[in-house]
Design a protein around this ligand. Sequence first.
Ligand code: AMP
Ligand code: ZN
Length: 446
Amino acid sequence: MLKLYNFLSRKLEDFNPINPPNVGLYTCGPTTYDFVHIGNLRTFIFEDVLQRVLEANGYKVKRGMNITDIDDKIIKGAKEKNLPIDEFSAPFERAFFQDLEKLNIKSADVYPKATEHIGHMIRFIEELIKKDLAYAEKDGSVYFDISKFPNYGKLSGLDNRILKHGTRVLADEYSKDDVQDFALWKATEADEVGYDSPWGFGRPGWHIECSVMSQENLGETFDIHGGGVDLIFPHHENEIAQSEGKTGKKFVNYFVEAEHLLVNNQKMAKSAGNFFTLRDIEEKGFDPLAFRYLVLTAHYRDKLNFTWESLTGAQNALNNLREIIRDFDEPKIGCAQYEQDFMEAVNNDLNMPQALAVMWDMFKSDYPSSAKAKTLLEMDKVLGLKLDEYLGKKVEVPAEVQRLVDQREQTRRSGDFKKSDGLRKKIKKLGFEIEDTPVGPRFKRG
Ligand code: AMP
Ligand code: ZN
């Protein structure tokens, strides 16, 4: 039974979908004003693992992920570059999809774009005004009246006492202290980027996008909504207010929120300037999948401090893994116990560090390598490390090299490290590098 930590109840809950075996999953996507950083990618990897775990449990997942292609930062960037907003964001959107592919993140079923849903957003806001949950100001901006929605704060645990009545916030992002009416529609000048609406020229607020695009694709009530913890307030809180305000129904049954990637123990963020992109780590010679492995070594509800040492460790682990499985035989019947232990770990709120430990334990077991191969392929459906590309791809070793390797292993075991190191150098001259792994010496590929 899959258990997920639901932010609505702040408890670990059994996962029960509305309409099994179907599961509706919505995750907040990127704002395409720059390249996404590896902090964003940590969250996207977590969401991919969530989808894979659901599928490993037999569910059929329909996944939506929005692209925020209109927002203050995009408009500012486009203005600076003197480009229309779609031309300005196109390269960042392309790079985003390339990153997903490099990290073996499965495609969502739909990637709705904000700019393609303006009409729907206007109709949604009209409904809220009709229900007296929103009001238009003279300047043409429309705000959600949080005092009219009694459940405001139920996700983020805000205390009602700090609600500020009669004040408004126009910006999309604001602090936890700014618990105020928030903008659904922002009036803009005629020469700015905007659209005609019943309230005048303007553009939608960020929060309304996700309410509209998630419900349109997954229905008024759906199973899981995901994102990073920074989105709990105000973004997800406001999505709930808008959606439940409009429909009178529960918006989402499970909110799952992932912890941040840190650098020097601070949140990785574009605004802080302390970020790396996937390109940065590739330029340093790392495989993007090493970053995926690194992400799997931490539980998604724990912060993960990024260091180049930890990425090197992840790259080494991935290399070891690839070398070990090169020698595996054709997959046959798997190791049932390890498959079960692996599923138990992933079903316990996606405990991936535990799941990786089960995988490494399996290698040390006495099962034949054909059984390990079969189980590994099953595990990799969740891990997503593309291990099938290495499985059984034996390195052809000339007899001379093999003789030196055996000799080196003997001298190493007898403790004569000087001699064994000399043999390693000899082997290297013949074009083969040796690496000592938990399951013995392996050839290393450059
Ligand atoms: P944004 O483009 O800022 O809306 O972020 C896209 C996704 O990345 C959201 O789900 C954020 O919660 C998430 N995110 C932003 N910064 C980080 C970080 N340092 N670590 C992990 N996830 C992050
Ligand atoms: Zn969102």
